[in-house]
Design a protein around this ligand. Structure first.
Ligand SMILES: *Cc1c(COP(=O)(O)O)cnc(C)c1O
Length: 384
């Protein structure tokens, strides 16, 4: 990657924080033990895993024993949705989710729909928020799980998680959240917010790729049980067998520790840069903000440049990385399901760009981005 790349696509992945990289390196070279071995190398690895588990638990407000390490959020989400549906099928076979969820949730739901589970996909309003009344009415006697994402990856919109959890619990359903865009970026506490199940991922908050986690409530007022997807060896309380990815786990722990230290400062600095970028674009004619003006994560701005095709804008930007929607579905030539669910017309969705800033974004990146994108948009609109 060229050094001068202006990287404004932090919601699809983040670079690893140098402090995290430094902590990981010895676990590839000198400290390579299997955390399940009982000799000295294994004990050492196991100790590092234990310390990392504590750091992750500290970040999300859980007990260390409630954290299950997985290969990432996609695996955590699949484990939870499929595992809960299987475990609680005597109680019921209905799940409530939202149409603007990440494909990991939507596709996992679709997969169990073919096995006889019914899924209700709630709509959202023009700002991307779910209606709490709609939600309450959708939860039935046979609803086993309500799954609503914390922060939307395309728009940054933040759902009222605590209220949603309350509604689910009132009706006796479990509450799960895909918090992949929230963990490490904003204060979050599973206990205070009454979350039963939560998925997150290292590479979305400056940790390594290929490591993530699943929080499963294990005490008061109840313990979440689930049927495992992957069997063999009984690692991670039998929920996720397989030799532990020690370097990844250590990196996730280090990323969690750095996140706690930097969160406040990141929020202020990144938020100011994001606002500068957003205001510049919204002062152009025929531009719209996609998402809620305030109920939104400080790093994300999704803008519709009417009359300019997003792919054409991106193609014209040599050294700027931005996204035309979710990277996970970028091979499909379909408009963003998040934006169309919010009521955008297809042409508006195709004209929308997501800017997602991160810890290593700086003022000069933002100025160059404003200049180049607005020039490109003017060009495409045939103004010069
Ligand atoms: C990136 C992302 C995922 C998938 O995470 P992986 O760790 O890459 O599998 C799931 N949900 C959301 C909201 C995301 O942004």
């Amino acid at each position: 990657m060229k050094e001068e790349l202006i990287y404004l696509d932090n919601n699809s992945t983040t670079p690893i924080d140098p402090r995290v990289l430094e902590v990981i390196m010895p676990f590839f070279t000198t400290s390579y033990g299997n955390a399940s071995s009982n000799h000295i190398a294994g004990v050492e690895a196991n100790r590092a895993v234990k310390a990392a588990r504590e750091k992750v638990a500290n970040l999300i407000g859980s007990d260390p024993g409630e954290v299950i390490f997985t290969s990432g959020a996609t695996e955590a989400i699949n484990t939870a949705i499929k595992g809960v549906a299987e475990q609680y099928k005597e109680k019921g076979s209905h799940i409530v989710s939202v149409a603007t969820e990440h494909p990991a949730v939507l596709d996992a739901c679709q997969s169990i729909e073919s096995k006889g589970i019914e899924v209700t996909y709630l709509p959202v309003d023009q700002y991307g928020l779910v209606d709490l009344q709609d939600l309450g009415q959708s939860i039935r006697q046979d609803t086993v799980l309500v799954s609503v994402m914390f922060v939307n990856n395309e728009t940054g919109v933040i759902q009222p998680i605590q209220e949603i959890a309350e509604q689910a619990h009132q009706k006796g359903a479990l509450f799960m959240t895909d918090a992949t865009q929230a963990v490490g970026k904003m204060p979050l506490n599973v206990r205070e917010m009454d979350i039963d199940i939560m998925a997150f991922s290292g590479h979305k908050f400056y940790g390594p790729k290929g490591i993530g986690g699943l929080y499963l409530r294990s005490k008061r007022p109840f313990k979440v049980k689930l049927e495992a997807l992957i069997h063999g060896g009984g690692h991670e309380r039998g929920v996720r067998s397989g030799t532990l990815n020690v370097p990844g786990i250590v990196g996730l722990g280090a990323a969690a520790e750095v996140a706690l230290e930097e969160m406040e400062a990141d929020k202020d600095r990144i938020g100011m840069l994001r606002d500068q970028l957003e205001q510049a674009f919204l002062s152009m004619p025929d531009t719209l903000l996609n998402g809620h003006p305030t109920e939104r994560l400080y790093n994300t701005s999704n803008i519709c440049f009417k009359g300019a095709d997003a792919d054409a804008i991106i193609a014209g930007l040599e050294n700027i990385a931005v996204s035309n929607g979710s990277a996970c579905s970028s091979t499909k030539v379909e408009p963003s399901h998040v934006l169309t669910t919010m009521g955008l017309r297809e042409t508006e969705a195709y004209s929308s760009l997501r800017f997602s800033l991160g810890r290593f974004s700086n003022h000069s990146d933002i100025e160059k981005c404003i200049k180049e994108v607005s020039m490109k948009v003017d060009n495409l609109r045939g103004m010069i």
